[in-house]
Design a protein around this ligand. Structure first.
Ligand SMILES: *Cc1c(COP(=O)(O)O)cnc(C)c1O
Length: 260
């Protein structure tokens, strides 16, 4: 951008304007993808992924109308919590959850997208029972087959869902996947189709405690493909806040990460 256009404006003002413009572009992109697939724009919710983004920039996004944000590390939830207190925003968790962080995460979020094992689900349920609280969760499915990825395998998903559905405090409200990383178009689309077909199969079982209302899928490079395949929640970060440094460990806990 030229200096003539930006002269005299504070960096924060500049940043606020850029975030507002980026959000408008994403909302237009969501509307276009909905239109192209004959869907109502209100059937897709924008979740803003805020990992590595400092709280003051997240506030700018909330000022610009964002009402749903998510972190993928409990530590980041904790450090940003004070600065975001009282703001009109819902918070979800989308990262790999270590069992020793289960109690902490429940202090901050209303929904966890990344439940992928019975042991994690049981720990969550046990913690929730202490307070009589219920929690909405999504089951994370590994649709890409990439070994580095968390998520239950497609072939094991149905039996995991049956088991988790018996845990009283957890309400399964859908499925989540991370498509192929660094790829979009046809290859990413295949992952989204797999998740949608699994959703349809599970929905047809009509299991008590399971509501297949949500498909959480699609990120910066592929959210439009995801919407065309039925996403009800798209998780977008970089298209709003700008590129993140690509060091390892940004999607998952460093301990569990291998090289991409
Ligand atoms: C970071 C992240 C996103 C968003 O990715 P962007 O490239 O920033 O759009 C979505 N889902 C999960 C699980 C993430 O960790």
């Amino acid at each position: 951008m030229s200096e003539i256009m930006t002269g005299g404006e504070s960096p924060d003002f500049e940043d606020a304007r850029r975030i507002t413009e980026n959000l408008a572009a994403i909302r237009a992109g969501i509307a276009a993808a909905c239109e192209a697939s004959g869907r109502d724009v209100s059937s897709v919710r924008l979740l803003v992924a805020t990992k590595t983004v400092p709280a003051h920039r997240i506030r700018l996004a909330i000022d610009a109308g964002v009402d749903l944000i998510a972190e993928n590390r409990v530590q980041e939830l904790a450090t940003k919590d004070g600065a975001l207190a009282g703001l009109p925003v819902s918070r979800h968790f989308v990262g790999h959850l270590q069992s020793n962080k289960v109690r902490d995460v429940l202090r901050y979020v209303s929904c966890i997208h990344s439940v992928d094992s019975m042991s994690l689900a049981s720990k969550l349920a046990r913690e929730l029972e202490k307070t009589g609280r219920q929690l909405e969760i999504l089951i994370q499915v590994n649709t890409s087959g990439e070994a580095s990825k968390f998520g239950v395998g497609l072939e094991d998903a149905e039996s995991l869902i049956r088991s988790v559905s018996r845990l009283e405090p957890l309400r399964i409200v859908g499925l989540m996947t991370i498509g192929l990383l660094f790829s979009h178009g046809e290859a990413a689309r295949r992952c989204f189709v797999e998740l949608r077909q699994l959703r349809d199969r599970v929905a047809s079982l009509a299991l008590p405690g399971v509501e297949m209302a949500h498909l959480s899928m699609g990120m910066t490079p592929d959210y439009q493909e995801a919407i065309r395949e039925g996403a009800t929640i798209v998780r977008v970060g970089q298209a709003i806040f700008g590129p993140r440094p690509t060091r390892p460990g940004l999607f998952w806990d460093e301990r569990d990460r291998d090289q991409v």
